[in-house]
Design a protein around this ligand. Structure first.
Ligand code: GNR
Ligand code: NI
Length: 167
């Protein structure tokens, strides 16, 4: 078990565009395990490598109620999107903040699994939103970017104060 530290908004390291994984080897699998351990411990339903300060295109997700269905996506790509849905989101990098975001309702995603095998997944509802939220992290994007400038300003101040007090 390796629990890694999760970066908090407005840390500029969350803004980097992550690099594609060239080969899914043991080192990448160890990183996937750390991501999963850190996600479950938080607890959260998803985590992207940039959130633990690793600029690689890797995400883990588990939206099951039993926390027993780990989904690993390496180099994920959304190849089809349909409709719109608005759900309330939170983010482990913006703790304590929740707000609604409108995203595609149904997506088809292509990715590599933990063995480097290509697979495709068609999904909707919370899992579709979560995958889009995590892929945004790989692009240096956060859910707060979809909120008004005023809300973003308030959130930034609140987070800076929280993290100052925590130090
Ligand atoms: O734990 C999380 N919950 C969540 C709820 C609604 C939409 C997206 C998410 S992802 C978030 C964990 C996280 O920050 N992943 O990047
Ligand atoms: Ni997040």
């Amino acid at each position: 078990m390796v629990i890694r530290q999760i970066l908090h908004y407005p840390d500029p390291r969350l803004r980097r565009v992550a690099e594609a994984v060239e080969r899914v080897d043991d080192e990448i699998r160890a990183l996937i395990d750390d991501l999963a351990d850190t996600m479950y411990q938080a607890p959260g339903i998803g985590l992207a490598a940039p959130q633990i300060n690793v600029a690689k295109r890797i995400i883990v997700i588990d939206t099951s109620s039993t926390k027993s269905e780990l989904l690993v996506l390496v180099n994920p790509e959304i190849i089809d999107r349909q409709g719109e849905q608005t759900l309330e989101e939170g983010c482990l990098s913006v703790p304590g903040i929740y707000d609604t975001v409108t995203r595609a309702e149904r997506i088809k995603v292509r990715a590599l699994d933990r063995h480097g095998k290509l697979f495709e997944l068609e999904t909707s509802e919370l899992l579709a939103t979560c995958i889009q939220h995590e892929i945004d992290h790989l692009e240096g994007k956060l859910f707060v970017d979809y909120l008004s400038r005023l809300k973003q300003q308030r959130i930034r101040k609140k987070m800076q104060k929280q993290d100052r007090l925590a130090m």
